[in-house]
Ligand binder design. Structure first.
Ligand code: GDP
Ligand code: MG
Length: 437
């Protein structure tokens, strides 16, 4: 990981020195972004679209109120990086059936055998019973390698030292290990152009019908990872990818981006020679780490909350103020923290009009209101005029409050609706003032 962190530390350093944005700063950021990505061996077309998209956002978007420009720039780059690495989704590590059969494939030396043992240990630590099968009959040392690793971690093992037929070994192994929760089949590797080997992989696949086929790719191949994946995909479906040796090269960044572009999902990364040096791959955590921002998640949450609030204001502006908007606004307010803090963002004249007592009251009410709004149907939220006495009784019951509470909230909502236009204008003014730093 260190090599990639080093590559990106330059851009982070550059951004930390930015106090305002002009064309020169923008082009410096753009150049530094491209340089970093190229060093990580990210494919050229992706480098181009990444920096174009990031620069466009930096040019068009402004930091939300209260967020310093530097933080906002890192946030934009973080988000674009997450997109480049495959999106927001977290890896799915569940084993939906038992035994769950996984087959590893990849070229010689990519780290298949090591990764088989690493994945085994990863699941064993979570209480899974794991069996490992070695089907590599081409390298005689492969049998001993996986057998020893299995003994080290205490996993069950099946292999045949003098075995000739990989398909038969896989079949017998499955039969022998069928009591396990997870069975991992390791295969031989050699060069991907060797038809015979790819045919063997296909034969094992068809005989065994594994639940998941994992392609193992060495990070040092960088952007070539895509070509490797595509070559294998011609023979067998690839369900997920493990990228090894992320600890030893910055080119792993390119491998990750190239794999994401093929549509395959990277599920694990190998981050060292040690048998426990494997991690589920989360684009979000990875991007945060690469940018050296341990506290990035907190910043992201803060920005998202502020942006949500902005979105609500925009909805009000367009006249779409209904209870749904009201609910979103309450959620945003609760996320932003104490209401008095939020009011500090408003221009002084307006803030002073709202007295302390009212703030106290609203703060306590927010949670109650959220409960009330949560027990309404979407239909009711969109059109509060349909709320008759029996609906109000049902809602109150669902929220654990009295019908009077519901009516009180509706009254506040009504007066809020009337006030929004004025509030919005003032808030916008305040927000704009805060941005000019
Ligand atoms: P196979 O031929 O695909 O089965 O590859 P092996 O599992 O035998 O691994 C080849 C070499 O890569 C071995 O020396 C491993 O120790 C090394 N290796 C595997 N994964 C990693 C990793 O994540 N980091 C580092 N630094 N080395 C690794
Ligand atoms: Mg091997």
């Amino acid at each position: 990981m260190r090599p990639l962190v080093e590559v990106f530390s330059k851009i982070v350093e550059k951004i930390k020195g930015v106090d305002y944005i002009d064309e020169q700063t923008l082009s410096e950021i753009s150049r530094e972004l491209q340089r970093s990505l190229l060093k990580a061996d990210v494919p050229l077309d992706l480098v181009k679209s990444f920096s174009e998209s990031a620069i466009k956002r930096i040019r068009e978007e402004r930091p939300p109120p209260g967020i310093p420009l530097k933080d906002f720039l890192v946030y934009v780059i973080y988000q674009e990086l997450v997109k480049l690495l495959g999106g927001e989704a977290e890896p799915d590590l569940r084993l939906p059936k038992r035994p769950y059969v996984v087959m590893l494939l990849g070229v010689e030396g990519s780290g298949k055998t090591t990764t088989a043992a690493k994945i085994a240990l990863f699941y064993m630590k979570r209480g899974t019973r794991v069996g490992l099968i070695e089907t590599d009959t081409i390298r005689p040392a492969a049998y001993d390698q996986l057998k020893q690793l299995s003994e080290k971690i205490g996993a069950q093992f099946y292999g045949e030292r003098e075995g000739k037929d990989a398909v038969e070994i896989a079949r017998r192994g499955l039969e022998r290990l069928k009591g396990a929760d997870l069975i991992i089949i390791d295969t031989a590797g050699r060069h991907r152009n060797e038809e015979a080997l790819l045919r063997e992989v296909k034969a094992i696949y068809e005989a065994v019908k594994p639940d998941e086929v994992v392609l193992v790719v060495d990070a040092t191949v960088g952007r070539q990872a895509a070509a490797q994946a595509e070559a294998f995909m011609k023979y067998v479906p690839i369900h997920s990818v493990a990228i090894t040796k992320m600890d030893s090269t910055a080119r792993g960044g390119g491998a990750l981006a190239a794999i994401a572009k093929t549509g395959a999902r990277v599920k694990f990364i190998g981050v060292g020679e040690g048998i426990d040096e494997i991690e589920p791959f989360s684009p979000r955590k990875f991007a945060a780490r690469v940018l050296g921002m341990g506290d990035l998640e907190a910043l992201v949450e803060r920005i998202k909350a502020v942006l949500e609030e902005e979105e609500v204001l925009e909805e009000m502006e367009s006249g779409r103020m209904d209870l749904l908007t009201f609910k979103k606004q309450i959620d945003a307010l609760l996320k932003l923290g104490p209401l008095s803090k939020v009011l500090e963002l408003l221009p002084g004249t307006l803030a002073s009009k709202i007295n302390e007592e009212q703030i106290e009251l609203s703060q306590k009410n927010l949670k109650k209101w959220r409960a009330i709004l949560s027990s309404m149907t979407v239909e009711e939220l969109k059109d509060p005029s349909i709320l008759n006495a029996s609906r109000i009784r049902r809602i109150a019951l669902g929220a654990g409050v009295t019908p009077k509470d519901v009516k009180d909230m509706l009254r506040v909502y009504e007066s809020m609706r009337k006030m929004t236009k004025m509030l919005r204008r003032q808030y916008r003014l305040g927000a704009r003032n805060m941005r000019i730093q």
